[in-house]
Write a protein that binds this ligand. Structure first.
Ligand SMILES: [Zn+2]
Length: 77
């Protein structure tokens, strides 16, 4: 939901996502250290932060395990 004219910059929307390239599973995570660092960086530039969205793509634990299994099957024997 978008809130126009939100009075507090600290109330900026935060969305940190881990997205699997294989199964497209999306996991949201909360990381206060990242938030604090972004707020500080933005403030240094005189930038009013309104939203933070970070998408990290890669392999989830399940798909990584499958890929490792497949590789092991391919290389063993
Ligand atoms: Zn996956």
């Amino acid at each position: 939901m978008l809130i126009w004219g939100a009075p507090m910059p600290t109330e900026a929307y935060k969305g940190y996502f881990l997205i699997c390239d294989e199964c497209h599973n999306v996991m949201e995570f909360d990381y206060q250290d990242i938030h604090a660092a972004l707020i500080a960086k933005a403030a240094k530039q005189g930038f009013e932060l309104r939203a933070e969205t970070i998408e990290l793509t890669g392999l989830c634990a399940d798909c990584k395990a499958k890929a490792t299994d497949a590789a092991a099957v391919g290389t063993s024997a």
